[in-house]
Design a protein around this ligand. Structure first.
Ligand code: AHR
Length: 497
C-alpha cells in the first residue's frame, strides 16, 4: 500500500494541553534520591539540595507538571514524616521499592521548591490506602490555607509563610492494587468521602483526581463514572508497555531482537484502543467532556539492568523508547479532547526515564530528545492530518509504519511530527499541504534516528543518539515528499512566509 498524508492546515481540532507532556517522580530507586535530591552538602552542584544539572535539563523540555510522591509509595506515605528539620525526620523502610532506608529528606517543602525551580505545576498524590481522611485533609490545609489554622501555623513554623498554589491532587493511586486491593464499588465510596475534605481554600481551586483503571479494566471505569462523576475533575489510567509475554519475562532494555522491537511498538500502539474504549464509557456519563482522562503512568517497563537492585526499576533507554514516546504522544494529541494530562514514568533513573545519572554525571536519553523535539506541540492547536500509512510487518503481524501528528502555534507556525516505526527501511511519505491559502512556506526539520535497534547513550558516549538537522524532504507544488530514515522520530517546522 502506498502511504500518503494530507495536512489540512485550516482545520483545527482543539488545543493540545501542555500537561500531556507531564512527568512522574516517585520515591523509588534513584529517582528522587540521587536523581533529584543530593542534599545541600553534596559535591554535586545543587541549589538547596536539588541538582542544578537536572533542573536545567528539565526546564529545557518545558516540563509542565510533575506528579509526586508515588505511585505505590503514595499510599504508604505519611506527609508529616517529611516536614520540619531534616535531622529529626523519621527514617523508615521503603517496603515497596528495594527495602532501602527512606530518610524523608525530600518532603513537601523540597517538592514544592523543585516545582518552583522548574516552573511547573505540582500534582500531589494523596494516601487513601493507609492514610486517614484527616491526614489527607490536613495536607491540603498545610499546603494551601492562608489564615489561622493548626496546619497553616505548622507550615509557618517550618519556614513557609505564604501558602502554595496546588491545583492537581490525586485521591489515592492504584487502589485496585498496591493502593489497597479495593473493589471499584468500595473505592468509589471512599473517593467520594475523601475528596469531600480536599478543600478549596481562598483562591486555590483543587482539581480532584480519582484513581482510574489499570489497562483494560473497563468495569472499574464504568463503576467510577457511574458512582462518582460529579465529584471528580479527572480520572486516571495506567498503562505500561512491556515487550514480553508476562511480568516475569518483560525483556531487556538493550541487546534485544527484532521481534521485541516490533512487539514493543505493537503494544505501545495499544494506548489508542485503551483511550478510545475508556473514553466511550466516560462519554456515557459525561457527554460534555467535563472530566479529563489523565494517563498518569505510561512508558516502557523492561527487566532491570543486570546487577542492579530489582526494586529500583533502573533500565537503559534506546531509540526504541524514543519511538514509543513519539507514537504515544501522537495518540494523546489525537485524543486531546479527553486526555488533559499524561505523566511518563518516571523522570530520572526509573523505567522510561528522560535522564539517567551516575554520581555527578548525567545523560539525556533518546526519550528526553523526543520530549524536547515535541515540546512545540504544547498548548498548540491540533490540526487535521489524514494519514494513510503503509504497513510494517513481522512474522505475519502488521502495524502502521508511520505515526504522525500536526499542530499550529498561536504565531501560525505548523509542526508535523513523524515517526517511522520500521527498523529496517526508510519510509517515503508524500505529504500534501492544504489550507495554507497559497502562502509560500519555509521548512526546517530535526530528526532522531538510530544506527541499531538498541542505539542508546552511555556515560562514556552520551551523544550517540541525539537530534540532527533533517533535510530529507522536497517541496514540489503543494506536496512535500518526505523520506524518513528507518527507526526515526522527526519534527518538521513549516512557517508561512
Ligand atoms: O511506576 C512504578 C509503579 O508502577 C508505581 O509505583 C505504581 O503506581 C505502578 O504500578
Amino acid at each position: 500500500m502506498i502511504q500518503r498524508a494530507v495536512l489540512n492546515a485550516d482545520i483545527r481540532k482543539g488545543t493540545i494541553n501542555r500537561n500531556i507532556y507531564g512527568h512522574f517522580s516517585e520515591h523509588l530507586g534513584r529517582c528522587i534520591y540521587e536523581g533529584i535530591w543530593v542534599g545541600e552538602d553534596s559535591p554535586i552542584p545543587n541549589t538547596n539540595g536539588i541538582r542544578n544539572d537536572v533542573v536545567e535539563a528539565l526546564k529545557e523540555i518545558k516540563i509542565p507538571v510533575l506528579r509526586w510522591p508515588g505511585g505505590c509509595f503514595a499510599d504508604e506515605y505519611h506527609w508529616k514524616d517529611g516536614i520540619g528539620p531534616r535531622e529529626g525526620r523519621k527514617r523508615m523502610i521503603n517496603t515497596h521499592w528495594g527495602g532501602t532506608v527512606e530518610n524523608n529528606h525530600f518532603g513537601t517543602h523540597e517538592f514544592m521548591e523543585l516545582c518552583a525551580m522548574l516552573d511547573c505545576e505540582p500534582y500531589i498524590n494523596g494516601n487513601v490506602g493507609s492514610g486517614t481522611v484527616q491526614e489527607m485533609s490536613e495536607w491540603v490545609e498545610y499546603l494551601t490555607f492562608n489564615g489561622v489554622s493548626p496546619m497553616a501555623e505548622l507550615r509557618q513554623e517550618n519556614g513557609r509563610q505564604e501558602p502554595w498554589a496546588v491545583k492537581y491532587f490525586g485521591v489515592g493511586n492504584e487502589n485496585w492494587g498496591c493502593g489497597g486491593n479495593m473493589r471499584p464499588e468500595y473505592y468509589a465510596d471512599l473517593y467520594r468521602r475523601y475528596q469531600t475534605y480536599v478543600r478549596n481554600y481562598g483562591d486555590n481551586k483543587i482539581h480532584r483526581i480519582a484513581c482510574g483503571p489499570n489497562v483494560d479494566d473497563y468495569h472499574w471505569m464504568e463503576v467510577l463514572m457511574r458512582e462518582a462523576t460529579r465529584y471528580m475533575d479527572s480520572i486516571t489510567l495506567h498503562y505500561y508497555t512491556i515487550p514480553g509475554p508476562a511480568w516475569e519475562q518483560k525483556g531487556a532494555a538493550t541487546g534485544f531482537e527484532t521481534g521485541e522491537w516490533f512487539s514493543t511498538l505493537e503494544k505501545a500502539l495499544r494506548m489508542d484502543e485503551l483511550v478510545t474504549r475508556h473514553s466511550v464509557i466516560m462519554d456515557k456519563y459525561d457527554p460534555e467532556k467535563r472530566v479529563g482522562l489523565i494517563v498518569d503512568e505510561w512508558g516502557t517497563w523492561y527487566d532491570v539492568e543486570p546487577g542492579t537492585n530489582p526494586g529500583f526499576l533502573y533500565q537503559q533507554n534506546t531509540i526504541r523508547d524514543a519511538l514509543v514516546a513519539g507514537v504515544t504522544l501522537d495518540i494523546f494529541h489525537k485524543h486531546s479532547g479527553r486526555v488533559r494530562m499524561a505523566n511518563i514514568a518516571q523522570t530520572i533513573n526509573v523505567l522510561q526515564a528522560v535522564i539517567l545519572t551516575e554520581g555527578e554525571k548525567m545523560l539525556l536519553t533518546p526519550t528526553y530528545h523526543v520530549f524536547n523535539m515535541y515540546k512545540v506541540h504544547q498548548d498548540a492547536e491540533l490540526l487535521d492530518l489524514s494519514l494513510e500509512s503503509g504497513t510494517y510487518s513481522f512474522e505475519g503481524r502488521e502495524i502502521p509504519e508511520v505515526s504522525a501528528s500536526a499542530s499550529i502555534t498561536a504565531e501560525g507556525v505548523i509542526h508535523v511530527s513523524l515517526c517511522n516505526l520500521n527498523h529496517a527501511a526508510a519510509a517515503s511519505l508524500p505529504l500534501e499541504l492544504r489550507g495554507l491559502a497559497g502562502k509560500e512556506v519555509g521548512i526546517t526539520g530535526t530528526t532522531l534516528a538510530g544506527t541499531a535497534i538498541d542505539a542508546h547513550n552511555t556515560f562514556s558516549q552520551p551523544e550517540a543518539v541525539t537530534p540532527q538537522p533533517f533535510t530529507g524532504f522536497k517541496l514540489e507544488g503543494g506536496k512535500l515528499n518526505v523520506e524518513l530514515p528507518p527507526m526515526s522520530v522527526t519534527v518538521l517546522e513549516i512557517t508561512p512566509k
